[in-house]
Design a protein around this ligand. Structure first.
Ligand code: GUN
Ligand code: FE
Length: 424
């Protein structure tokens, strides 16, 4: 017998593609180390002697992936929801991020933040720290202690920022290289990611150097793109040589060279959408944030039809909730409003498309993650929804839909990341 093998049993639901759920009632998943070896209705004979963790009449789904979230904004969630992006950054966000120069403060906030992710079933995340190196190391520690997996980025800002967050351009690069080195200590849980905050707060020379670092260390890149109309006009004025906002990042080799996530992508031209599709740039759609900051409704159906890969982000604290179940149902809701109010050509997102966005859509940034296919890493949530009152018998898919809409962390009976059970 191989001591590295675990077998779980329950009603298994996942999305191999956005179009449909795969549903296996009373099915089995065999996991060896971090990876799935078998998924199916009956247990193959070679596994008969192994212990089975029988989760009975529960739902087993992939762990959630949040591809855009700001750890240092955790204390601000639910505040400042009456402002647009630029005043919101200056009034609420930047003053809070300054506090992360204090490592003890960073430690307290990041520990609670990561615990909230785990509690709500997020097993993978792509996270922004602040400009502070030591503070960002605290974020890496919190992730590794929780045994979830995350890309963690030290943020870069060397212009158009308050004095208290403004970095010297060279020091910004030196600290970024240090953050990349330190992240190695937290493998396999933490991976570094190059994180220019957004074009307005980064000079051309800084972005060029960050593009070089990404290539040299073979690292992915994340930033914000086309979130707010005032922001877009500002970028056009700051970078007159670039054709549009997307081209600013292309011109500095931040889009198109390494794997890349761009948050928001609301007001893009058709040419910009083509660039994202050609460069396989992963969009992090953040519906709560776009709603709260009156940014707009991202054209997700159009992006999907044009071949742009889509994932979902909580964008704490533009968004107010860490729960990716809530984020995915909000994405569906906003897409319905786009269809009803703006353009009947673009159909609303379906439940399976929303679920795919919160699991496999973001999981692809981590490799084989976000699904229960053979060779995928076993990140899973066990949902015991028996406390959600109903007099009727429901199918596993109906039960999942209801839990996504009205459930919360109290129904998450167990969590796994890379085959390891997580504690909260
Ligand atoms: N653009 C630049 N910084 C931020 C941020 O912290 N949150 C959001 N939503 N947009 C940004
Ligand atoms: Fe953001």
């Amino acid at each position: 017998m191989n001591g590295n093998i675990q077998i779980v049993k329950g009603h298994i639901l996942f999305t191999k593609s956005p179009e449909a759920f795969t549903i296996i009632e009373n099915g089995y998943i065999v996991v060896e180390g971090p990876c799935i070896q078998y998924v199916g209705e009956s247990l193959p004979i070679e596994y008969e002697d192994y212990h089975i963790t029988d989760y009975g009449d529960t739902l087993i789904i992939p762990g959630f992936v949040d591809t855009h979230v700001h750890g240092p904004q955790y204390c601000n969630r639910g505040l400042g929801m009456d402002m647009e992006l630029l005043p919101w950054l200056n009034t609420y966000t930047f003053p809070e991020e300054e506090k992360f120069k204090d490592t003890a403060y960073a430690n307290m906030v990041y520990t609670s933040f990561v615990n909230d992710l785990v509690r709500n079933g997020t097993t993978r995340a792509v996270i922004y720290g602040t400009v502070h190196l030591q503070g960002t190391v605290e974020l890496m520690k919190a992730v590794a202690d929780a045994k979830i997996c995350a890309y963690v980025g030290k943020v870069n800002m060397d212009q158009n920022s308050p004095e208290y967050l403004l970095e010297d351009s060279n020091q910004s690069i030196v600290d970024t290289m240090q953050a990349i080195l330190v992240a190695e200590q937290f493998e396999p849980y933490v991976r570094p990611i190059i994180t220019p905050r957004f074009a307005p707060t980064c000079s051309g020379p800084l972005m060029r150097e960050l593009g070089r670092l990404a290539k040299k260390y073979n690292l992915p890149v994340q930033s914000h793109l086309s979130e707010n109309r005032g922001e877009i006009d500002w970028v056009a004025a700051l970078f007159p040589k670039s054709k549009d906002y997307t081209s600013v990042y292309v011109d500095y080799h931040l889009i198109g060279t390494q794997p890349c996530i761009m948050a928001h992508c609301i007001h893009l031209s058709d040419d910009e959408i083509d660039i994202l599709a050609q460069t396989n740039t992963l969009v992090a759609h953040c519906p709560y944030s776009n709603n709260n900051l009156s940014s707009g409704i991202a054209p997700i159906r159009k992006l999907l039809e044009r071949g742009v890969p889509i994932s979902l982000g909580s964008d704490i604290s533009g968004g107010h909730l860490t729960s990716m179940a809530r984020v995915l149902t909000e994405a569906i809701g906003l897409s319905k409003m786009k269809w009803a109010e703006v353009d009947k050509e673009y159909k609303p997102l379906t439940l399976s498309e929303g679920f795919y966005g919160a699991t496999r859509g973001g999981g692809q940034f981590f490799g084989n993650v976000g699904s229960f296919e053979i060779g995928y890493e076993f990140d899973a949530l066990v949902i015991d929804d028996s406390s959600l009152f109903d007099m009727n018998v429901r199918s596993p898919l109906e039960r999942l839909e209801r839990w996504l809409y009205i459930g919360d962390d109290r129904q998450i009976a167990n969590r796994y990341c890379r085959g390891q059970q997580l504690s909260i």
